[in-house]
Design a protein around this ligand. Structure first.
Ligand code: ADP
Length: 489
């Protein structure tokens, strides 16, 4: 297909050159009506084939709708596919086996307060009350979770579930199969460019373009679901809201996270919330910005040290607090230091310890002194830092930074260190939705026929999304959006 496209492009280029040289004018545009624009009609059109879009498509189909899903990239998955895959849900069955006390109210409180009370309490309630049901729904589609829960970075509590498969592959495989089994028609390489409205302002379809540049009009008898993800990979847009986020700062996101849904929704009068709240993580790979490339133990099993070999923040803090603290350190660079007891055999990114060490992403040593030499920090400082941290673990009290999740001492060789930098991760802001995932317009009323779910929406996570809440969000609200769209009058 690409060869064909290049061939056509070369031919056109050659023609233009010949015409320019001979002073001829190109042939006139075809007469209107000569070029038929392809049209397709269905009940529900979903824009975006990440977790939110697939959950919406499946649920719309389960509610009796005929569904078309558009994905601009050559494959499904979006950020969901490359996520660390943590899913927060209060899950008494799993948590009780580990002696973890938890409640829906506590999850609510962590989410609301962790976002500086800027999230919409009604939407947060829906998220925390339906997270476990969403997890069971994923299981019913064949997605498998490990039995143990943990505290993913920035989650504030051990209620993060992890998939048996690496990254988000377990989610996307299960969702893709679910969509295919229900006859959802999936158009890859098809980019939605504009939402179409009738004279009453109802959203009735989508104008899209395929990989060859052909326009296709998708008409939706019932509704359109916007599930295009966030805008962390759009440097121009993100730096409008946070001037630190220049092209120098890497991102964890896939290249398609360019905020197309924001642009399309703006044109039909949607209201936006929290656009200025853009989340960075302190754990980006210095070369790629990716979350891969380190051993990623639970937050209770590691410490962060700066280039001077000193801790500088509680490692179980909110993501924004940790990243802001990292920006204050020399070269905004830190090392995640852990030991033999902290290490997972395989990370959620599917990497093994040996691979990471071999690639030079993780430094490994038998003593802390040797580790210090490998990462070029003062050995006495690192030894002193670890000793002081181990004292905090022993006393279950961290007088320096107030870390609460003090798992175990860092004392068992081999020791590990991975360099990490700030990286743009999640855009908390986006289109405003109500509890039925209807998109709200600037005049405060729902825009008929338009629904949204996932990272394209705003108002749930406030200023700071908790680690592990995004996947729960996209599944819970993706399902709601699909149901609402299918049942729309
Ligand atoms: P979420 O977590 O909210 O589901 P993801 O990033 O996982 O977000 O998925 C969003 C998907 O939407 C991505 O696969 C992305 O390529 C796709 N997408 C973004 N913009 C468009 C567009 N204009 N047309 C079609 N698909 C789009």
């Amino acid at each position: 297909m690409y060869q064909k496209k290049w061939g056509v492009m070369l031919l056109v280029l050659a023609l233009v050159v010949v015409l320019a040289l001979t002073g001829c004018q190109p042939a006139a545009e075809p007469e209107p009506g000569e070029h038929e624009v392809e049209t397709k009609e269905t009940d529900v059109v979903v824009i975006g084939g990440g977790g939110a879009g697939l959950a919406a498509a499946i649920t719309a189909a389960d509610n009796g709708a005929e569904v078309i899903l558009l994905e601009k990239m050559p494959r499904l998955g979006g950020n969901t596919l490359i996520s660390g895959c943590a899913y927060n849900a209060v899950d008494p069955e799993r948590q009780s086996k580990q002696g973890i006390e938890d409640s829906i109210d506590l999850h609510f409180q962590h989410t609301y307060e962790g976002g500086d009370k800027k999230g919409d309490p009604e939407l947060i309630r829906i998220l925390v009350e339906n997270a476990l049901d969403g997890l069971h729904w994923l299981e019913s589609l064949g997605c498998e979770f490990k039995d143990e829960v943990y505290t993913v970075l920035g989650a504030l509590w051990p209620r993060s579930h992890t998939n048996v498969k690496p990254l988000g592959t377990g989610y996307i495989e299960a969702l893709e199969n679910g969509a295919n089994e229900r006859g959802v028609e999936i158009y890859l390489d098809t980019k939605a460019e504009e939402l179409l409205q009738d004279e009453d302002g109802r959203v009735t379809g989508v104008k899209a373009v395929d990989a060859d540049g052909n326009e296709i009009i998708f008409t939706a008898r019932k509704g359109v679901v916007l599930a295009t993800g966030g805008f962390a990979a759009n440097v121009e847009l993100r730096s409008q809201y946070d001037s630190r986020l220049t092209a120098e700062i890497p991102t964890t996101n896939h290249p398609g996270a360019t905020g197309d849904g924001i642009v399309m929704a703006e044109k039909v009068g949607a209201e936006f919330v929290g656009m200025e709240y853009i989340q960075l993580l302190p754990t980006g790979d210095p070369e790629t910005g990716s979350l891969a490339g380190w051993l990623a133990p639970g937050v209770d099993q590691m410490i962060y040290v700066n280039k001077e070999g000193k801790r500088f923040v509680a490692e179980d803090e909110r993501r924004d607090v940790m990243t802001n603290a990292l920006f204050e350190q020399t070269d905004a660079l830190m090392y995640v230091v852990s030991d033999a007891n902290s290490v997972w055999e395989v990370t959620s990114f599917g990497e093994t310890e040996e691979q990471l060490v071999e690639m030079g992403k993780v430094l490994k040593a038998d003593t802390l002194e040797e580790l210090a030499e490998k990462i070029n920090v003062p050995a006495d400082a690192l030894v002193e830092t670890v000793a002081r941290y181990n004292e905090a673990v022993e006393n279950d009290h961290d007088p320096d930074f107030g870390k609460k999740l003090l798992g175990h001492k860092i004392e068992t060789p081999p020791f590990y260190a991975s360099p990490r930098v700030p990286t743009v991760h999640h855009t908390m802001g986006g289109v405003k939705i109500d509890t039925l995932a209807r998109v709200i317009s600037k005049d405060g009323n729902p825009i008929p026929g338009l629904y949204a779910a996932g990272e394209v929406t705003g108002g749930i996570h406030g200023t700071n999304r908790l680690g592990g809440n995004a996947i729960a969000d996209i599944i819970v609200f993706g399902r709601i959006a699909g149901e609402s769209a299918a049942n729309s009058k």
